[in-house]
Design a protein around this ligand. Structure first.
Ligand SMILES: [Cu+2]
Length: 93
């Protein structure tokens, strides 16, 4: 993968193609989780969501309930929902 990118660079120049490839590889999505009341809750949700294959980063904002998830290639909403429920919380509808 890395070598392909480098090859594209030297043969085709630094084009928008290279840039868009990198951006599309990492996708972020934000969900709102209800029922979290303390740092322990936030940590539980973060832990469960982080265990979903492909997820690279999980940011939990306890005050708003917003959970920001970065993943490689995207994550099924169903996977996120079941991870949140596994932790004992629910997604806001
Ligand atoms: Cu708690």
């Amino acid at each position: 993968m890395l070598w392909n990118t480098l090859g594209g660079y030297s043969m085709n120049g630094w084009s928008a193609r290279n840039g868009s490839k990198e951006v599309s590889a990492l996708s972020t999505v934000t969900f709102t989780v209800t029922g979290m009341t303390c740092g322990h809750c936030a940590a539980s949700v973060r832990e469960e969501v982080a265990s979903i294959p492909g997820v690279t980063t999980v940011d939990v904002d306890l005050a708003s309930g917003k959970v920001n998830i970065a993943s490689e290639g995207g994550v099924e909403p169903e996977a996120i929902q079941s991870a949140v429920e596994e932790a004992g919380y629910k997604l806001a509808s």
